[in-house]
Design a protein around this ligand. Structure first.
Ligand code: UD1
Ligand code: CA
Length: 448
């Protein structure tokens, strides 16, 4: 089985400068939802072709490695898009065609269509019944032939039909190649409609989808937000039934690929997106965002941002901390308020509790990073590394000017500017000596 994903359209009704399918639902672009479903239905990466067009590069950068891609230079309709895609397919396999704007299509539904296709149909159309069929193509079966009439081309009687086209089909490839040649743009929109090929199939079948929610196309931002609500509920329910406590499911946003262990508690206004894994017995939130990160067991994160970071077990983060890409916290690390960590490893049991920046650094075990400590990693041209040995105690308000090495079990005096390496077991001081000038100042009337 091959698959063609149609994703070249602008999506006029989104009123956006971005292609419709790059708009995200729970942190995941629409086109990636569709591709994930196709994968889960058992179709391999190299058998999928995505048609891009409008601002193609924005869609292409989202595509998983190995997927085929063709560009439709002018968006002349779904039929025209399919013609472009057929240039990448030279086998006789059956072909699943699916729009890029049906993010919630279930893999089970696609599998079911694939099973049907074993019967040797020239065309299988997935349809659904809607109380308000709105702009969807109406589906009619007459004398063994299926016809799809676009809403814009439908007569008032045809508009009454409530069985509509989901835009998802399986075609026999030889049939599709021949039928596409017969398309013409003689219709209300002046487009080559893919829907018009279906009437040419002598052996065709309609499969009616039970739950239309699955294949509601997303055409504007109202539909986008409704779709997000539906997905959010479904995902949150799944986690709750798996043993995760979600205090306020309406205000908790979890992406479809996130894994969460049992007895973890998610507090309100928390967003967990991308390829994130959260372990067991964690407490995440409130007001926290986590992207593409791994959080192990028994971790607490409060009011913080975690982006592409790795947090080992028993760490505590926040409130108001920020882990940026490449931050790695080993076990039992404490990162406190207004602390930013970037591209740095912090060793087991170490603490940076207040107002710090740790960048491009390697911090050993049981290090105490005092309040206000800054690694000065950037000299205006290049980034440099800071290494802090096990058991070091960095006094408050220290500037560590990288590249610099702080030995193990050292003490750095508060307020130091450290530009030279400090050997193991040493005290490093880099600050002006205090001077007291006695009797030089008095605020009271006795003053000069
Ligand atoms: C299409 C169907 C309609 C069906 C509906 C289901 C046609 C003519 N109509 O209408 O019967 O009920 O989907 O959602 O197919 N695209 C391209 N190139 C183009 C035009 C579109 O790649 O030149 C892509 C779009 O990016 C989109 C998909 O095809 O992902 C569907 O296009 P859209 O304009 O949304 O079609 P609908 O009007 O919704
Ligand atoms: Ca659509």
């Amino acid at each position: 089985m091959k698959a063609i994903v149609l994703a070249a359209g602008l999506g006029k009704r989104m009123k956006s400068s971005l292609p419709k399918v790059v708009h995200k639902i729970l942190g995941k672009p629409m086109v990636n939802w569709v591709i994930s479903s196709i994968f889960e239905a058992g179709i391999k990466t190299e058998d999928i072709t995505v048609v891009t067009g409008y601002r193609a590069e924005l869609v292409e950068e989202l595509l998983p490695e190995g997927i085929k891609n063709v560009r439709q230079q002018e968006q002349l309709g779904t039929g025209h898009a399919t013609i472009q895609a057929m240039e990448t397919i030279n086998s006789d396999d059956q072909i699943l065609v699916i729009p890029g704007d049906v993010p919630f299509i279930e893999p089970e539904t696609l599998k079911m269509l694939v099973r049907e296709s074993a019967e040797g149909f020239e065309a299988i159309v997935l349809t659904m019944k809607l109380d308000n069929p709105a702009e969807y193509g109406r589906v009619i079966e007459q004398n063994g032939r299926i016809r799809i009439i676009e809403a814009k081309d439908a007569s008032p009687e045809e508009k009454e039909i409530n069985e509509v086209n989901t835009g998802i089909y399986i075609f026999d490839s030889q049939f599709l190649r021949d039928a596409l040649k017969k398309l013409s743009p003689n219709n209300a929109q002046g487009e080559y409609y893919l829907t018009d090929v279906v009437q040419f199939a002598k052996k065709a079948k309609r499969v009616i989808l039970n739950d239309p929610q699955e294949s509601l196309g997303i055409n504007d931002r109202v539909q986008l937000s409704k779709a997000q609500r539906v997905a959010q509920q479904r995902i949150n329910h799944k986690h709750m039934l798996n043993g995760v406590t979600i205090i306020d499911p309406e205000n908790t946003y979890i992406g479809p690929d996130v894994i969460i262990g049992k007895d973890t508690i998610i507090e309100p206004m928390t967003f967990i997106y991308g390829n994130t894994t959260v372990g067991e017995r964690c407490n995440i939130g409130p007001f926290t965002r986590v992207f593409d990160s791994t959080i192990q067991n028994d971790v607490t994160i409060v009011r913080s941002e975690i982006d592409r970071a790795m947090v080992h077990s028993h760490c505590s983060i926040g409130p108001f901390s920020r882990l940026r890409p490449g931050a790695v916290l080993l076990e039992e690390v404490k990162i406190g308020n207004f602390v930013e960590v970037k591209k740095s490893t912090i060793g087991k049991g170490s603490k940076a509790q207040h107002l710090s920046y740790i960048g491009d650094s390697e911090v050993g075990e049981n290090v105490n990073v005092g309040a206000g400590t800054i690694t000065c990693n950037y000299d205006g041209k290049k980034k440099h590394r800071t290494v802090i040995g096990d058991g070091a105690f960095i006094g408050s308000n220290t500037a560590l000017v990288a590249p610099v090495n702080i030995g193990k079990e050292t003490v750095i005096g508060a307020g130091s500017v450290i530009t030279e390496d400090v050997p193991d077991y040493s005290l490093g001081l880099g600050r002006a000596k205090q001077v007291n000038k006695v009797d030089r100042y008095r605020k009271s009337e006795k003053g000069e």
